[in-house]
Write a new protein. Sequence first.
Length: 150
Amino acid sequence: MKAEQLFSVLSVSPEDTENAGKKVAEIISGYIVTGDYPTVALYGDLGAGKTCFVRGLADVLTPGAPVKSPTYTVVNEYPGNPSLFHFDMYRIESEDDLYSIGFEDYPERGISVIEWSEKIPYALPREYIRVTIDKISDTERNITAEKIKI
Ligand SMILES: Nc1ncnc2c1ncn2[C@@H]1O[C@H](COP(=O)(O)OP(=O)(O)OP(=O)(O)O)[C@@H](O)[C@H]1O
Ligand SMILES: [Mg+2]
């Protein structure tokens, strides 16, 4: 596995975290060519700010889309050109669960951003953007974005 760091920032507010999402959106906009669309895999504890980050990402990729946590539905679609698929894998326990939502079909349909990527290490594509959000206090987060190639 090769990991190339894209950026690392200290966020001190939800707005800073949204801005990190916007920055990743701008970076992956440059990756949209033919074939599968990019995947952004998010890592971070409960309340780290993953959904907040997706709000910034969607603001650039699918402006106006109402971002809300897909905890119960597993995936929300924000229509656009291409669409953005917002996953929350918190409740996914097996490859069968993933199969039942047709996860393997999404990369050709649009950009994917995945909360709780920790749950599906075996299902990530060969190339993706890894975003790690570390909660260092009530209001501070360390956010690192890397380009991963297996
Ligand atoms: N610097 C910060 N960045 C992001 N969120 C922050 C920050 N400081 C405080 N917060 C608060 O942390 C919470 C983050 O919530 P959010 O739903 O984005 O987290 P999450 O990682 O998606 O959680 P879950 O694991 O439940 O999906 C919000 O209540 C937000 O106001
Ligand atoms: Mg969330």
